[in-house]
Ligand binder design. Structure first.
Ligand code: NDP
Length: 253
């Protein structure tokens, strides 16, 4: 039976690249996104090339809706092999002024949403005796710019949740890992009427030891690797994918 990958926030950006890459690799793909048009565009594209894809427009912070997604995917596609918790949001604004409700919303989507989706997917994976959960964190879990408390805290929480779930679920054959992307350019991976050509200065590129900004396939290819049986001995880890940006020292002159 065809392997199935479940992807949150699969309509745009990194999630769109994840959906296309896993479909190209032969997976059936089940996506959710809160942007309906974006999600439908992705599954139309996958089906046009003969792939098997389904989409539901839900909010990953809604536990009941996540339950319906898991159940429908299991019924329609027969199995749940891989879950990628990719949907994420930021809150903008000064730390001193940020409404606490906005802090709560970021935690509800990024951290609680990751737990809810993982819990429900793991119940199905347990019956198969196998599975791979990949949580998309961020280099902002490890370092910060001003006024990013909610986002950074949610991503730091995802790293802790990753090693905790890896320990809890290891006995069921389920591996749990995180990927922390650095700067990944997604302007050209949005719903097509909103997509834009990316523009980067030389300075943008040179702050990366590899000499360029990241692209969504940098993350999607690493997810394919972590989903594969080749990585059966890797669990509870955080893979930083940032072109070396976080290991580069910065000296201001
Ligand atoms: P995008 O905003 O380009 O795409 C995210 C998609 O997820 C959007 O379609 C968005 O819908 C959807 N979404 C947001 N919230 C929810 C929700 N509650 N339920 C369902 N769908 C939702 O994001 P990126 O591709 O840039 O980021 C993907 C992940 O990677 C995020 O977790 C982000 O934090 C992480 N990341 C990204 C980096 C980057 O440089 N791009 C760097 C480090 C980490 P809508 O447009 O309506 O909000």
């Amino acid at each position: 039976m065809q392997k199935t990958a479940l992807i949150t926030g699969g309509g745009q950006g990194i999630g769109r690249a994840l959906a296309l890459r896993f479909a190209q690799d032969g997976y059936a793909v089940s996506l959710v996104d809160r942007d309906k048009e974006a999600g439908l565009e992705v599954i139309r594209h996958i089906r046009q090339y003969g792939g098997n894809a389904m989409f539901m427009c839900i909010d990953v912070a809604d536990e009941e809706a996540v339950g319906r997604w898991m159940q429908l995917t299991h019924e329609d596609m027969g199995r749940v092999d891989v879950l990628i918790n990719n949907a994420g949001i930021m809150a903008n604004g000064s730390m001193l002024e940020l409404p606490v409700s906005e802090f709560d919303r970021v935690i509800a989507v990024n951290l609680r949403g990751t737990f809810v989706c993982s819990q429900q997917a793991a119940r199905i994976m347990k019956s198969l005796g196998k599975g791979s959960i990949i949580n998309i964190a961020s280099t902002r879990a490890l370092m910060s710019e001003p006024d990013t408390e909610a986002y950074s805290a949610s991503k730091g929480g995802i790293l802790s949740l990753t090693h905790a779930m890896a320990v809890s679920l290891g006995g069921y054959g389920i591996r749990v890992n995180a990927i922390s992307p650095g700067w990944i350019e997604t302007a050209d991976w949005q719903y097509s009427p909103r997509a834009k050509k990316p523009e980067h200065s030389e300075r943008d590129m040179l702050q990366h030891p590899v000499g360029r900004v990241g692209v969504p396939y940098d993350i999607a290819d690493a997810c394919l690797f972590l989903a594969s049986d080749q990585t059966g001995f890797i669990t509870g880890q955080n893979l930083v994918i940032d072109g070396g940006m976080t290991v580069k020292m910065i000296y201001e002159e």
